[in-house]
Design a binder for this molecule. Structure first.
Ligand SMILES: Cc1cc2nc3c(=O)[nH]c(=O)nc-3n(C[C@H](O)[C@H](O)[C@H](O)COP(=O)(O)OP(=O)(O)OC[C@H]3O[C@@H](n4cnc5c(N)ncnc54)[C@H](O)[C@@H]3O)c2cc1C
Length: 457
């Protein structure tokens, strides 16, 4: 519980209506989509950068931890307030401040939901490329803090590639601004890169300028099935290795497709061991040529069937199937552990074999869902954390998956971040001096360690 003096100082900033500290209210902010929980002492809903600054001044004065929160969809425990303190919730800072397609940027507050940006831009023929599976819920502040990706990041890149400028409140309560509304800006350190992906441990984002792109003239979507998962993975590395760059190339194994069909009856082939959802976009003639090239290559790798999306509704049906995967897995068992390792794309077939072997060795069913074109894989294990013996096997399997990814020159996260889930594994992909450098940066901007303490730094 917070000291009454601190409570009163916080209420002075946000008012009684935007301050919560009843146990049943706090419980709603104690978890995300990972498997751990921790209760905050208070939750405040902010509306302006000035309020964020004043709250951080109070928190710094009393050395109270502050954890930012968007929609709480993180799957790595990033917004869980493990050291208690204040959860600072951005859901009411949800304004789109400016849309400027002539100069190709938008300015938004951090609580804006990703899909609301897409919907606001569409009438003017523009889009914001990063499209996490959680886009209908997750906020741009959370996307920035986790450097979120999504299916079309294969061609277009992740959140960081679209940040032109930011306003950030530091632990001291100082408001800093960097970057600008210019597509080209190499003035000083690239601080946007430092704060993006920092999981709320360096500062709290209160405004952001994002680059936007014109919607491509043509989009073509197809679903290809294979009799063997191995063939599916080989088709992925063949297409990417040939120099074709699809907008998205999503791989689903048999377990994933069956989980989707059980829940949504979308007409996917339950018998296929591997399914690829491939999308290309751009100028019509170029798309047609690329499509022919892809068809030739998937046939060479043993494709069983190719389905084309004939209408926008068809395309939506295929994407609904893919986007629902995480949710339908969650229905298979009381808990679901989803991971996010990445390997160089030529090593996708080997990594999938390693994941399958790990599953067999531990008697676990591991679903494989992947943004396969960029080597980003989400092995998913439905399990029950109350079954202690099973849970030990689940943890051992993930431990081996992280080691396998590191051995294949891969990395621990392609988009979900580190949070609580993977901080112990950092030494697999970073040496001691690099980890220490991150700690020094953290200490320089947050000397009392009040911002999201207990996470990866
Ligand atoms: C079904 C499902 C599908 C998903 N698909 C994808 C996917 O395809 N790609 C992907 O990358 N992720 C995906 N995720 C993970 C998750 O949605 C992303 O990490 C997302 O970016 C989190 O946004 P959020 O608003 O929910 O943030 P939260 O979960 O609330 O917070 C995440 C982190 O951001 C920090 N934070 C929040 N707001 C701010 C701020 N204003 N300033 C500083 N720090 C802040 C928090 O402290 C925390 O560390 C998925 C999750 C689910 C449940």
């Amino acid at each position: 519980m917070l000291d009454i003096k601190i409570k009163n100082q916080l209420i002075e900033v946000v008012g009684q209506n935007r301050y919560l500290d009843r146990k049943e209210e706090l419980a709603c902010f104690s978890y995300d989509a990972f498997i751990k929980e921790a209760m905050p002492d208070a939750v405040v809903f902010v509306q302006t950068a000035d309020e964020v600054a004043r709250i951080l001044k109070v928190a710094s004065e009393h050395k109270v931890p502050v954890t930012g929160r968007g929609a709480g969809t993180s799957v790595c425990g990033a917004p869980i307030p493990v050291k208690n303190g204040i959860v600072l919730c951005f859901s009411k800072m949800d304004k789109i401040i400016e849309i400027n397609t002539a100069d190709r940027y938008i300015v938004v507050e951090p609580g804006v939901v990703n899909a609301d940006i897409q919907n606001a831009l569409a009438p003017s023929g523009f889009f914001y490329p990063p499209d996490p599976g959680s886009m209908n819920t997750s906020t741009i502040g959370g996307n920035i803090a986790q450097n979120a990706g999504g299916p079309r990041c294969l061609k277009y890149g992740v959140t960081m590639d679209y940040i032109l400028g930011m306003e950030v409140v530091l632990a001291s309560g100082k408001i800093v601004k960097f970057g600008s509304k210019n597509i080209k800006d190499v003035t000083g350190y690239k601080l946007c890169s430092l704060f993006c992906g920092s999981e709320g441990t360096l500062g709290l984002v209160t405004q952001v300028i994002l680059k936007v792109l014109p919607i491509p003239e043509t989009v073509k979507t197809m679903l290809v099935t294979f009799g063997k998962l191995d063939h599916t993975a080989r088709a992925v590395s063949d297409i990417i290795g040939s120099g074709i760059l699809p907008a998205a190339m999503e791989l689903m194994d048999k377990m994933t497709v069956n989980a989707i069909e059980d829940s949504s009856h979308l007409g996917l082939d339950r018998k296929a061991e591997g399914t690829l959802l491939i999308e290309i976009d751009g100028v019509k003639e170029a798309c047609e040529k690329e499509m022919d090239n892809i068809i030739e290559r998937v046939k060479k790798q043993g494709a069983l069937d190719i389905q084309y999306a004939q209408t926008p509704e068809d395309r939506e049906r295929l994407w609904t199937a893919r986007r629902s995967a995480y949710g339908v897995f969650a229905k298979l068992a009381p808990d679901i552990l989803s991971e996010d390792v990445t390997v160089p794309v030529s090593k996708v077939p080997v990594m999938i074999k390693r994941i399958n072997k790990i599953g067999e060795r531990h008697g676990l069913k591991i679903g494989v869902l992947a943004h396969a074109g960029d080597g980003n894989m989400h092995p998913l294990i439905p399990a029950d954390r109350n079954n202690k013996e099973e849970w030990v096997r689940v943890e051992k399997a993930f431990d081996e998956i992280f080691h396998a990814a590191a051995e294949l020159d891969g990395t621990l996260s392609g988009e979900h971040g580190i949070g609580l889930a993977k901080s112990d594994y950092l030494p697999l992909v970073m040496n001691k001096d690099t980890i220490e450098l991150m700690s020094r940066i953290k200490h320089a901007v947050d000397p009392d360690n009040i911002l999201n303490p207990g996470k990866f730094v």
